[in-house]
Design a protein around this ligand. Structure first.
Ligand code: SAH
Length: 456
């Protein structure tokens, strides 16, 4: 039986997606923060549970070949990255393992007939994010601060620059904080539900060079809005500021943005191009954060679908229609379904601006619309499904199974829910043929994956 404060010398055998190293002592799995697989360490047990325990590093006896010097001083205090102490090549190996483990252990799936490819990584895995969200609030001493949440908390750490995001986004944050100080504008306080500015959201178009700044506010207006616009417009960078939006969120929730937007400067959307198509993006619409890897993800998804030009394609959870429109070039008819109304407005606009005439889009939940389309007799040849982290649901999956497409291409950002949903599809007569992890979020524990399932 392990006890707190006991000291052991161990060799770490694996890393979890939270970045912790793992080793076994007797029958316990021991999680060690900051450890790398292959490290030999002297550790002290800090907490003991029924079948697992936590420990801290006292001394690195022999460092692992996977251990690297983190590229950021804020690591591991900042909650943004979890794997910055691990080499990039090992991160990619880990992500492939996380996907296969989830499918095998959580989904109880047999992968013997499946091709599981190595994770598609980035050549330069830094400054890849096109979206940065900076919470703004107060430090314990009352000082105004903007930056990032500390790991597993809502304490804000001031950050001058984030190596995963664009430099200009961090400079926009400084401009907002300066405007707030100069004009005595308050920040929102989660505990009292008082104060105005909640966060700054900056989205850049990697290809278009356009930039949008969205200020989320607990109210409908800000003092001296013109001065805020001037402060933001004065920031020099590689992008052209084409939109400033005031977003109202007066609810007691922790959503990144509320539902209402008012344009303070320029356009209400920004545009960008992906895989040769041009997209218009509203603040509330989902848009993948890593444009370079998104192109590779969508190319994989469309390739897995093996379209000949004659197919009817259903794209569930379609967002602004990105996958639908990438597939439309090689299909007869594409139908996209998405719950956020503004995203469907964007999707229709995006079809028109790319002169795509064989795509239709419907607002509503995947569960309701898929049942409706089934009752209308829709029988797609291919279904793309790209749900949020919580995955899909019984109703949608059962409607999909009743539609009996030849192929299902499941794009997932959460291996656990992918495994659960894939198990339902396999039980319903499908077989996993291909699994392609794609590294959308280098240095974080997040894993994106594209899976091809074929009807047996
Ligand atoms: N395929 C798109 C979007 C994927 S993100 C892309 O690659 O850009 C998941 C999307 O599912 C989001 O746009 C979200 O708004 C939407 N969504 C969440 N719950 C939903 C539901 N129950 N029904 C339909 N869409 C949903």
């Amino acid at each position: 039986m392990l006890k707190e404060k006991e000291i052991y010398t161990v060799t770490i055998t694996a890393n979890t997606e939270t970045g912790d190293g793992v080793c076994r002592i007797d029958d316990f799995a021991v999680f060690v923060a900051g450890a790398a697989a292959g490290d030999t360490l002297e550790i002290e047990i800090t907490k003991v549970k029924k079948s697992y325990a936590f420990a801290r590093i006292l001394r690195i006896v022999t460092p692992s070949i996977h251990r690297v010097e983190p590229f950021c001083k804020a690591f591991p205090k900042c909650g943004g990255c979890q794997l910055a102490h691990l080499s990039y090549s090992y991160q990619l190996e880990m992500k492939q393992q996380i996907v296969t483990d989830a499918l095998r252990r959580l989904g109880h799936l047999d992968l013997s007939d499946a091709e599981v490819f190595p994770t598609l990584g980035m050549d330069e895995p830094q400054r890849y994010r096109n979206k940065m969200v900076f919470p703004i609030g107060y430090k314990a001493d009352g000082r105004l601060v903007g930056g990032f949440y500390a790991a597993k908390s809502h304490h804000i750490i001031a950050l001058s620059d984030c190596a995963l995001g664009t430099k200009v986004a961090s400079e926009m944050l400084s401009a907002v904080v300066r405007y707030m100080k100069e004009n005595k504008v308050s920040a929102y306080d989660e505990t009292t539900h008082k104060g105005l500015v909640r966060r700054l959201f900056v989205r850049t178009g990697a290809h278009s060079g356009e930039m949008m700044a969205v200020i989320s506010v607990n109210g409908t207006r800000l003092p001296e809005e013109k001065k805020l616009v001037e402060a933001l417009c004065s920031v020099q960078g590689d992008f052209t500021l084409s939109s400033i939006v005031l977003n109202s969120n007066t609810e007691k929730n922790n959503l990144v943005l509320g539902a209402k937007n008012r344009t303070l400067y320029g356009k209400a959307t920004i545009s960008d191009t992906l895989s040769g198509l041009s997209f218009d993006i509203s603040p509330n619409s989902f848009y993948q954060v890593n444009p370079q890897q998104t192109e590779r993800l969508y190319e994989t998804a469309v390739r897995f679908a093996g379209l000949s030009g004659a197919e009817t394609v259903l794209d569930l959870y379609c967002g602004i229609g990105t996958i639908s429109l990438c597939a439309a070039k090689s299909a007869a008819r594409v139908i996209g379904v998405e719950i956020v109304e503004q995203a469907i407005v964007d999707a229709k606009e995006n079809a028109a601006r790319n002169h795509i005439k064989n795509a239709e889009f419907y607002t509503g939940s995947a569960e309701d619309i898929s049942e409706k389309l089934l009752s209308e007799g829709l029988s797609p040849d291919v279904i793309f499904i790209d749900p949020p982290r919580k995955g899909s649901d019984e109703k949608t999956l059962s409607a999909m199974l009743s539609m009996r497409p030849e192929k299902i291409v499941y794009v997932s950002c959460n291996p656990a829910t992918l495994a659960r949903d894939a198990a339902t599809l396999v039980a319903g007569g499908y077989q996993i043929k291909k699994v392609q992890p794609v590294d959308m979020f280098p240095h974080t524990g997040h894993v994106e994956c594209c899976v091809l399932l074929c009807h047996i």
